[in-house]
Write a protein that binds this ligand. Structure first.
Ligand code: FAD
Length: 468
């Protein structure tokens, strides 16, 4: 059994296979010398467990579905020793803020519909907002003049370090096979090249990654695997298309940058989504790795790279773009809407030194009205690229993740946001297929109890851990 990619999705699958199945030999191959160097790196994403309560771009149906998957991370964290748990998940308050009459009316209506499913939700007026988040509710010590309403959830596990989580998955996976004859190997600094069908499995070419030390000096080799799951982020699509699968997709990479301020917020403060925009609105929250700093973002910059800060990935982008009339039609659909067009241009300007802080300040002041230019610094080297897929057949931009089931025993997972949140849920889906194909034991009941919090009768445990 081979897993390609050592981000949070690949390592979550490694953990579930080790703990809930008896697969004899599992190999995870990661291109870099360390795990979680790309989108799962702590600095490269928004560190949020998205469970649909404060993300106003989620419908109720989607929110309820995402909540069950999101809670898996918190249930998983309960299995960890306290010191490891405290490095992986963090309790903070969170809210979505409505500013002005329209947004406030929208949030009141949303609260009425969502709160029965998210019982910890509270509807906050201006005074309460100021009590929870003084920098949001007050300017110069007085309540903000605009109409304000927020939906808030008091302290709950809402922040996560996906990099630490990846490391913990590997440690727990190793524990899961310790003392048995099962083999679990994590091979770093090694790139997976071509994958070709061979008999009832696959022949996979491996080579040391140039510039990495973990496998330096080793000769390229090939191995046979009966089942292969590719969790290589945007590169999953590239690898699938090189094999002739997933050709119905194109990729629009949307980079996200961040800005730091001093410690302005107690918890996560999201804003109401403009429903004409396919990209999430900015938010602010304390950075889990940078004590005393609040992080604002992410921006949404169309960037022709499959990996941020890796100019060579431009050529890989060109290969997955697969530019044709269907892709141009989607670009046209996006550009002809004034809100989207303006947003795309504004996000380009967010990258221009000198100008970017001034422009971003205007947006960030919706959250913290008293923010000063001197408070803001561009978070250099932060942020990743969300590989948003374009469905060329239906000519539309897809907002969520995609799993390309190429052939029996070969799947390619592409994971834009909220791919971190869904890591254990997607892994459970893949484990189901692996168990069926390999005919191995799969302790579904234990997984349901430990990760979904279901009791022995199959009902969800009473405590709602993430959202209410
Ligand atoms: C700005 C931004 C903000 C985000 N915020 C959130 C958030 O708050 N919450 C959330 O849930 N999600 C968020 N996401 C999405 C989330 O970061 C990703 O969905 C998640 O990290 C994907 O995990 P992954 O393991 O699939 O991919 P990655 O973490 O990118 O890992 C893929 C791995 O595959 C390896 N790889 C690639 N090619 C090969 C090869 N040929 N051989 C071997 N290894 C290979 C890479 O080196 C990499 O380590 C955000 C993303 C961005 C960009």
């Amino acid at each position: 059994m081979l897993i390609v990619g050592g981000g949070v999705c690949g390592t979550a699958l490694l953990f579930e296979l080790a703990r809930y199945t008896d697969v004899e030999r599992i190999l995870l191959v990661e291109r870099y010398d360390q795990l979680a160097r790309v989108n799962s790196k702590a600095t490269n994403n928004s560190q949020t467990i998205h469970c649909g309560d404060i993300e106003t771009n989620y419908t109720l149906e989607k929110a309820v579905k995402v909540k069950r998957t999101a809670e898996m991370i918190v249930h998983y964290a309960e299995l960890l020793d306290p010191a490891t748990r405290e490095r992986c998940v963090f309790r903070t308050p969170k809210m979505v803020l409505g500013v002005g009459e329209t947004e406030c009316a929208f949030l009141r209506e949303r609260f009425a519909r969502f709160s029965p499913h998210f019982p910890a939700m509270e509807l906050l007026d201006k005074e309460q907002i100021a009590a929870w988040e003084p920098q949001v509710g007050l300017v110069d010590g007085a309540l903000r003049p605009e109409e304000l309403v927020a939906i808030g959830i008091r302290r709950t596990y809402t922040a996560v370090d996906y990099e630490e989580l990846s490391a913990s998955f590997v440690a727990q996976a190793k524990k899961g096979v310790a003392g048995s004859s099962r083999q679990l190997t994590v091979q770093l600094g090694t790139s997976v090249g071509t994958i070709t069908a061979e008999g009832d499995g696959y022949r996979v070419e491996l080579a040391p990654t140039p510039g990495c030390v973990s496998a330096a000096g080793e000769a390229p080799r090939s191995l046979r695997a009966r089942h292969v799951v590719v969790n290589a982020g945007a590169h999953s699509l590239l690898m699938a298309q090189r094999m002739g699968y997933g050709l119905e997709y194109s990729c629009l990479p949307v980079a996200g940058s961040f800005y730091f301020t001093p410690d302005l917020l107690q918890g996560k403060v999201y804003t109401v989504q403009n429903d004409k925009l396919p990209f999430a609105a900015i938010h602010g929250d304390p950075d889990v790795r940078a004590p005393g700093k609040t992080r604002f973002g992410p921006t949404a910059l169309l960037l022709p790279l499959l990996e941020r800060y890796k100019p060579a990935s431009f050529w890989e982008f060109l290969q997955v773009l697969r530019l044709d009339w269907a892709v141009l039609a989607v670009f046209w659909q996006l550009f002809r809407i004034a809100d989207i067009r303006n947003y795309i241009f504004k996000n380009l300007l967010f990258e221009v030194p000198w100008l970017r802080r001034r422009l971003f300040l205007a947006d960030a002041r919706k959250i913290v009205p008293g923010m000063q230019l001197s408070d803001l610094t561009f978070a250099e080297g932060y942020g990743g690229v969300r590989p948003q897929l374009i469905d060329k057949i239906n000519r539309k931009l897809m907002l969520g993740e995609a799993s390309i089931p190429a052939r029996p025993g070969l799947v390619f997972n592409v994971t834009p946001s909220p791919g971190g949140t869904c890591c254990l849920g997607n892994a459970a889906r893949d484990v189901e297929a692996i168990a069926e194909r390999l005919g191995c034991r799969f302790d579904r009941e234990r997984l349901a109890q430990e990760l979904y919090g279901e009791n022995a009768l199959g009902a969800a445990a009473e405590q709602v851990v993430v959202a209410g």
